[in-house]
Design a protein around this ligand. Structure first.
Ligand code: SAM
Length: 276
């Protein structure tokens, strides 16, 4: 019988946020795969758990992934933890889940802390529809392309960012979305210096030009305002009917097509086209 892979979320700052089920899963696993074994060891010591740890991180995941899959297929149960928060969200856990799924291994995710959702919920922005954009590229060109593609995105957008890259990111965002776009900067969540700054992109740039950003950040950016299309006028309809008739379409068909294209009642288009 193959074992299982458990995704175990860990606190993003406050150690008391570990759940009973997470603790039990860590205790019962045969081994723990951790992004940084030193970070996880601190948590295990806090919980009084002694367990065999293997490292699984960005630069060894290609090799370590198959070792972990082999061990699970041989019957062991693995608990995967990242440095903080939910494994597989903007961390190498994503690849281990894919490998396990491909190998037919059951993957069980335990709900728990996630920086993105914690930030979204206190952002004060609309939460009904949102998209997670993770980290932007450090390369200016791909960062711009990513943001350009989000220019008309109407859903609330969630980004992760490191403090030393924050200003450059805010500047690129202001270029793409405009400086008056609302943003909530959620900093040091669940920690002593937790803070939510609700401002605009330009406001955030001004602030962090005065005081260098410190700590961990999630950026919650308001979506674009919907573009209200102006209703077509009878003059637009007359022009379009004339165009279509010039191209050889009969008056009757031109009126029908124009009414459909401009979303106008047929009689309005007919009246507009009377003088053509
Ligand atoms: N998988 C984790 C999760 O979803 O919670 C996130 C891992 S990602 C490598 C780390 C990023 O999460 C940080 O750069 C920061 O953007 C965000 N983050 C983690 N802990 C945070 C905290 N306490 N406050 C604000 N942002 C945090």
């Amino acid at each position: 019988m193959p074992g299982m892979l458990y995704l175990v979320p860990t606190p993003i700052g406050n150690l008391s946020d570990i759940s009973i089920r997470c603790k039990e899963t860590l205790e019962n696993a045969d081994f723990i795969a951790a992004e940084d074994t030193r970070v996880t060891l601190k948590l295990l010591n806090h919980l009084g758990i002694k367990k065999s740890l293997v490292s699984y991180y960005e630069h060894n995941k290609a090799f370590k992934g198959s070792v972990i899959v082999e061990r699970i297929l041989a019957g062991e149960t693995c608990a995967l933890v990242s440095d903080a928060g939910s494994p597989a969200i903007s961390d190498p856990g994503e690849d281990l889940v894919k490998e396990c799924a491909q190998a037919g291994i059951t993957v069980c995710a335990i709900p728990g802390p996630c920086a993105a959702i914690t930030a979204l919920s206190i952002s004060g922005q609309s939460t009904g529809r949102f998209c997670f954009e993770g980290f932007l590229s450090t390369a200016k060109k791909s960062r711009r392309e990513h943001l350009e593609a989000l220019k008309t995105e109407q859903r609330t957008m969630i980004f992760y960012e490191a403090p030393h890259k924050l200003l450059a990111t805010l500047e690129s965002m202001a270029e793409a979305f405009g400086g008056d776009r609302p943003i909530s900067l959620c900093r040091e969540l669940t920690k002593l210096h937790e803070e939510v700054i609700r401002t605009t992109l330009q406001g955030a740039i001004d602030l962090y030009n005065q005081q260098p950003p410190k700590g961990e950040f999630v950026l919650i950016v308001a979506g674009a305002e919907p573009v209200v299309e102006e209703a077509a006028t009878p003059e637009d309809a007359a022009k379009r009917v004339a165009q279509l008739m010039e191209s050889g379409i009969s008056r009757k068909d031109a009126i029908k097509q124009t009414a459909q294209e401009l979303n106008l009642p047929k009689n309005v288009v007919y009246d507009a086209a009377l003088n053509i």
